[in-house]
Design a binder for this molecule. Structure first.
Ligand code: COA
Length: 382
C-alpha cells in the first residue's frame, strides 16, 4: 500500500532525483555537452594534462605554472607504496580479477596510513593526493605480480600517464602512447553523480573515511552497466572477430532485445561528447599500432546502431571507443575497468570533499510493499 507519507517520491534508479550539489562537472545530456568547472571537455582533452585536470576539479580553477609544478611534485612524491603494501601485493592470488584486486588494495592502503581516520581538511587533501598518486602503482604492480614479473617502481620524474605505462609494460612508452593515456584519464576524470560517485558520497556522508569511500566506489564501478562496459565492448569485438560478421551479430542482438555494450547512457541522449574525441583518437592509435580492424568493426557497429536505435537516443558512450584505444595501448582487457577507476579517482575524491564541506547523511527511504499484521507462526507449525 502506498501512502503519500510513506513514499512521497518513488523514483526507481533515482533518475529524476537531484541528490547533491557539485561545482565540478556539468552535463547536458540532450545537447551532448560535458564541462569540468565550465571548461568544455574537448578543450581540456586537447590542451590540458591529467594533473592539471585534477587540480582544476579540486580547486575549481586552472593552476598557474608554479602551482601546477608544485602539485605535480606533491603527487609524484606519493607514487611509491609503503613497503608493507608491496608485500601485501605479493601475497595476492595471481588468479584474481584486477578489479577485485584493486578494490582490495585500495582498501588495504588505509592499513598503512596513520592519517586514515583523520577527518581534517588538510589530512583529507593529503589522502586524496595519495590515492590519486598510488592507484596507478597498485594497478601496474598487481598486473606484473599476476604475470610473474618483477615489480617496476614508479618514476617520480615523470607524469602519471608516463610513469604508469612504464611500470605496466617495463619499458618507456612512446610519446603518442603517453598522450593517449593522458587523454583517456582526462576524459574519465569526473562525470556528475554517476553510480560509483554516488556510492562514494553515500559512504563519506556517514563520516567514514576516504579509503572506505573509494572502496565503495570501485566496487560500484565494477558492474557491467557502469565501468565494466568497456571490457564488455572488447569481449564483443573479439567475439565478432571480423568485419563481415558485424552486421548479422548486431541485428541478431537487436532482434533478441539484447544490449550492445558501449551504447546508451542514462544521461546522454545525444552523442556522448567524450566518445566524439575518443573516436578520432581511437582511429589514430589503432592505425599506428596495426589495430585498424578493431576501429573498422567498431565504426560499422556504430553505423548500424545509429540507423536502428540512434533516433531513440542510443549512441556510443565513453566506453565504446575506449575499448579500441586501451587495446591499442597494449592493455589487457581486464585492465580496462581498473583504468577507468584510476581516471575517476579524482572525481570521486572531489565529490567526497564537496560532500564533507556541507554534509548531510544520505539516507533515502524505501517504499514498503510487503504485508502487514501477519501472525508469527511457531517453527514446528510452519
Ligand atoms: N543496445 C541496444 N538497445 C539499448 C541499449 C544498448 N546498449 N541501451 C539501451 N537500449 C534500449 C533499451 O533496450 C530500451 O529499449 P525499449 O525502450 O524498446 O525497451 C531503451 O533503449 C532504453 O534503455 P534503458 O535500459 O531503459 O536505459 P537506461 O537509462 O536505464 O540504461 C544503460 C542506460 C547505460 C544502463 C543502458 O543503455 C545499457 O545497458 N547500455 C549498455 C551498457 C553500457 O554501455 N554501459 C556504460 C554506460 S557509460
Amino acid at each position: 500500500m502506498t501512502t503519500a507519507a510513506s513514499a512521497p517520491n518513488l523514483d526507481k534508479g533515482l533518475a529524476n532525483t537531484i541528490a547533491a550539489e557539485s561545482q565540478m562537472s556539468f552535463i547536458d545530456g540532450q545537447a551532448g555537452i560535458l564541462e569540468y568547472v565550465g571548461i568544455h571537455i574537448d578543450d581540456l582533452a586537447r590542451n590540458s594534462s591529467f594533473e592539471e585536470t585534477v587540480y582544476l576539479l579540486w580547486n575549481l580553477r586552472l593552476p598557474t605554472r608554479d602551482e601546477l609544478a608544485a602539485f605535480r611534485k606533491e603527487l609524484a612524491a606519493e607514487y611509491d607504496l609503503p613497503a608493507g603494501m608491496w608485500e601485501f601485493i605479493r601475497g595476492l592470488p595471481k588468479s584474481a580479477k584486477p578489479m577485485h584486486a584493486l578494490r582490495t588494495m585500495v582498501s588495504a592502503l588505509a592499513l598503512f596510513d596513520p592519517e586514515a581516520d583523520d577527518p581534517s581538511p588538510e589530512a583529507n587533501h593529503r589522502k586524496a593526493v595519495r590515492l590519486v598518486a598510488k592507484t596507478p602503482t597498485l594497478i601496474a604492480a598487481y598486473d606484473r605480480h599476476r604475470k610473474g614479473k618483477d615489480f617496476v617502481k614508479p618514476d617520480a620524474s615523470k607524469p602519471i600517464a608516463e610513469s604508469f605505462l612504464a611500470m605496466l609494460n617495463g619499458q618507456a612508452p612512446t610519446e603518442a602512447m603517453t598522450r593517449g593515456m593522458d587523454i583517456c584519464l582526462i576524459l574519465h576524470a569526473d562525470h556528475g553523480l554517476n553510480a560509483s560517485t554516488f556510492a562514494a558520497r553515500v559512504t563519506i556522508s556517514t563520516l567514514s573515511d576516504l579509503y572506505s569511500a573509494m572502496t565503495s566506489a570501485i566496487g560500484t564501478l565494477k558492474g557491467p552497466l557502469h565501468g565494466g562496459a568497456n571490457e564488455g565492448v572488447m569481449v564483443m569485438l573479439k567475439e565478432i572477430g571480423s568485419i563481415d560478421k558485424v552486421e548479422p551479430f548486431v541485428r541478431a542482438k537487436l532482434a533478441d532485445k539484447s544490449k550492445i555494450m558501449g551504447f546508451g547512457h542514462r544521461v546522454y541522449k545525444a552523442y556522448d561528447p567524450r566518445a566524439t574525441y575518443l573516436k578520432t583518437f581511437a582511429k589514430q592509435i589503432a592505425s599506428d599500432t596495426g589495430n585498424q580492424k578493431l576501429y573498422e568493426m567498431s565504426y560499422k557497429i556504430e553505423q548500424i546502431m545509429e540507423a536502428e536505435v540512434g533516433p531513440k537516443g542510443i549512441h556510443p558512450n565513453v566506453d565504446f571507443y575506449s575499448a579500441t584505444t586501451y587495446f591499442s595501448l597494449g592493455l589487457d582487457i581486464d585492465l580496462f575497468t581498473p583504468m577507468f577507476a584510476m581516471a575517476r579517482m579524482p572525481g570521486w575524491l572531489g565529490h567526497c570533499l564537496e560532500q564533507l564541506s556541507d554534509n548531510k547523511l544520505i539516507r533515502p527511504r524505501a517504499e514498503y510493499v510487503g504485508p502487514h499484521n501477519v501472525d508469527y507462526v511457531a517453527i514446528d507449525k510452519r
